[in-house]
Design a protein around this ligand. Structure first.
Ligand code: NAD
Ligand code: WQD
Length: 349
């Protein structure tokens, strides 16, 4: 896409903030909307500082995606060329406990966004989907054609939204939609100035390990050591968040291709890494020992999951550049400079 004006929902969050920075560095004007449910406005301020010498600017609008009048007002005041839609709740366990909250926030929020976009004639969308739509794949690497079967309400919100997008494109070919299925995003911007800052106890491996390394938690619990993998622990496709952010720029470019309709792409590295391999890489990068405690398998976990990246490489002209060691070293750079994330200390959280 010729450089233009992009709305980013959820742009204060982990992946959103890194993507907003790459957009600004590439010359896009950006408007972020976020309700700050799982993020801090400081992230946007830091993105502004990192992009200070690059001309275009970012505006921030604290609002909920489901606030239709507010969204409508923003679209009426600014012409957006496309929307990158990150906003959503993402904790798998919480989605099992509170399915209606997830369906309301993620699905109703997206429907509201799509309605307002259509009203204002903005019909270009990049959507954050997830490898969660593949459930427990029997074959890896996982291609985009793999049958869809989410294993929890969170994954189903992604699956339902994908189907909604396919449906609206089917009846209105003016819609140009790219859905990106992320595998396991980790790492942080090399500056160490922005990174992941989850609220409460982290659900995911990397932020948990990071909190062990800075002394906030005593040990990492490894879920399952009896999988049929190299060392018995689960295998995943970890991808650097900056590579992921660049994948969104590639998707925006692709939206200008007249042949694009409603497409889906995996964003991963195509390489599988076990939990223990990840622990070893993080110990090497940080120089810290990560004490581990082995426990049983976490319910709902797949054994091995990694992406086929061929489609994105061929059609988006995008390929992940960073390896596991760089992911861990950038994660540690962020963690050591910001042990309490965007908060100055734990007491203020
Ligand atoms: P995040 O929680 O850091 O960012 C999501 C942002 O959306 C947050 O800033 C939150 O405040 C905001 N938000 C949530 N509901 C909102 C609403 N109703 N209105 C306005 N803002 C709202 O999460 P992330 O890791 O950056 O994930 C971004 C997207 O990518 C999500 O849709 C997530 O499901 C998807 N995804 C994430 C991962 C991952 O492991 N991080 C993997 C696959 C897909
Ligand atoms: C990775 C590996 C765990 C934590 C989740 C969502 C998925 C997507 C990405 C949003 C697994 C093991 C973890 C810990 C551990 N998110 N682990 N101890 O489960 O692959 O994917 O995030 O779309 O939908 O399900 O990521 O980081 O939680 O786990 O041993 O404290 O680390 O068992 O093998 P997962 P994860």
């Amino acid at each position: 896409m010729a450089v233009g004006s992009i709305m980013v929902t959820g742009g204060a969050g982990y992946i959103g903030s890194h993507t907003v920075l790459q957009l600004l560095l590439d010359g896009y004007q950006v408007a972020v909307i976020d309700n700050l449910d799982n993020s801090s406005a400081t992230a946007i301020q830091r993105v502004r500082e990192l992009a200070a010498h690059h001309g275009p600017s970012v505006t921030f609008h604290q609002m909920d995606l489901r606030d239709k009048p507010a969204l409508d007002k923003l679209f009426a005041s600014t012409k957006f060329d496309a929307v990158i839609h990150f906003a959503g709740l993402k904790a798998v366990g919480e989605s099992v406990e509170k399915p209606l909250m997830y369906y309301d926030n993620n699905v109703v929020g997206t429907i509201t966004l799509l309605e307002v976009m259509a009203t204002h004639g903005c019909k270009k969308l990049v959507f954050s989907s997830s490898a969660a739509v593949y459930g427990w794949p029997k074959v890896v690497p996982c291609t985009e054609e793999y049958p869809l079967s989410a294993a929890n309400p969170y994954g189903r919100t992604k699956l339902f939204i994908e189907e909604i997008c396919r449906d609206i494109h089917r009846i209105d070919s003016e819609w140009k939609i790219i859905m990106l299925r992320y595998f396991n995003p980790v790492g942080a911007h090399p500056s160490g100035y922005i990174g992941e800052d989850p609220r409460g106890i982290p659900n995911n491996l990397m932020p948990f390990m990071q909190q062990v390394a800075v002394g906030r938690r005593p040990a990492l619990t490894v879920f399952g050591s009896d999988y049929s993998t190299r060392d018995g622990t689960g295998v995943r496709d970890y991808i650097h968040v900056v590579d992921l952010a660049d994948g969104h720029i590639a998707a925006l470019n692709k939206l200008s291709d007249p042949s694009i309709g409603c497409e889906v792409y995996n964003l991963g590295t195509g390489k599988g890494t076990s939990v223990l391999e990840m622990v070893a890489a993080f110990e090497k990068a940080s120089g810290k020992e990560i004490p581990v405690v082995f426990s049983g398998r976490r319910p709902g976990d797949a054994e091995i999951l990694y992406a086929s990246t061929k489609k994105a490489e061929l059609e988006l002209n995008w390929k992940a550049k960073y390896d596991i060691n760089e992911m861990c070293s950038h994660q540690w750079n962020w963690a050591s400079k910001n042990p309490y994330g965007y908060k100055p200390s734990e007491s203020k959280s």
